[in-house]
Design a protein around this ligand. Sequence first.
Ligand SMILES: Cc1ncc(COP(=O)(O)O)c(C=O)c1O
Length: 433
Amino acid sequence: MPMNSKIRFSKKRAWSHDLPISFLMQQGVENPGVLSLAAGLVDQNSLPVELTKKSFDHLFSNPKTARAALQYGTTAGSLSLRSLLLSHVSNLEEKSARELGMTVDNIIVTTGSQQYLSLLGEVLLDPGDICLVAAPTYFVFLGVLQGLGARIVSIETDEFGMRMDSLESTLGILESQGQLEKVKMIYLVSDYENPSGISLSQDRRGQVVEIAQSWSKQQKIFILEDLAYRELCYDGPVVPSIRSFDSTGETVILTQTFSKSFSPGLRVGFGVAPKEVCAAICDKKGNDDFGSTNMSQQVLATALRENFYYEHVKHLREVYREKRNYMLEAADTYFSNIPGVRWVHPNGGLYVWMTLPNNIETGFASPLFQKAIHEDKVMYVPGELCYATDQKLDFDKQPPIQKNHMRLTFGVQNHEGIQEGMKRLAKAVKSFI
Ligand SMILES: Cc1ncc(COP(=O)(O)O)c(C=O)c1O
């Protein structure tokens, strides 16, 4: 073999490089002693050790169910789990599966909801196709879209989530530029958005379905509703999903996960989509892994069937409500006397979105990030990671990438960690005022 032969990676390889998620995790490992308000991990102490053990014991008390769990499963996922998921979604929606137009055949179980997001992107998006997203939004999904060579067009948001007037005007501009045929999907994290903690208002949930349907002129424009944080609700109104406004289920594709509400280690998520889309996802998944871990699915099915899961979620809401309050109190204590700093009060989820004065940048290379991590020993997620702007669009209405935000999480630290982390962060910020 010639010594200088080079590796020729695929184009897709070039579209996924220097992922911020890897950088963040590396920073955590390389800087011991740093208090992370960045890591998206869930609360360590409330992980359901006993309940998972009970589910395992239940499963393994009968050799037949134990053997079934140790065997391969099916590509779409365990039928008994999918039946339980149908009831689970129907309970959350307070509507029967019939009213929702859903059957088990619309459900696919995946390895976390991240795999669902990724598989859906694979089967819907060709390079150059457009996905409309909120500014800001879940940055790992932005990475998925980039990895597929898709174009990301951002839509303005306010305290009620994605603005419907901006969505319509952007669709209008895309149409006038002959690019409407490229628009395949609108991505929305409707409850307690990662990173902003904001939920899409009920009015807008109905409106976005109408908008997607009325602009599906040349081809279908789907709404991808990511409900990762749906069950982590602490106060404020619980609003029906976008999917519940789509009676035929032909416009909205919904995805949920058990990572936040039970255990991310099990890696169980799922999605609900029209049957044609399910068939496409199953074909892709058949090539990838022909089914997610059967054991995890059976453990979770047992936890749902035996009500262990619901017991746990009730407890978890208490734990996180208290941690959320702790972080907001610490924000009041340490940040309220810093001019120009403000933050969102989230009614659920895991994040507090903090805005600094315009002139203080928060990115990885910024003096603030460097000082925070190396001197003050605290870490956050720079807000700019959660924005994307399509370079090919020749109009200036796209919201600019904002560089003065931080995503702080109260998920992983205990009360002392939250208190100390916020104190250190305020010290770092103050030195740039
Ligand atoms: C908005 C959102 N969607 C999806 C996911 C994926 O989670 P998982 O793959 O663990 O289900 C996350 C994880 O943080 C998230 O924040």
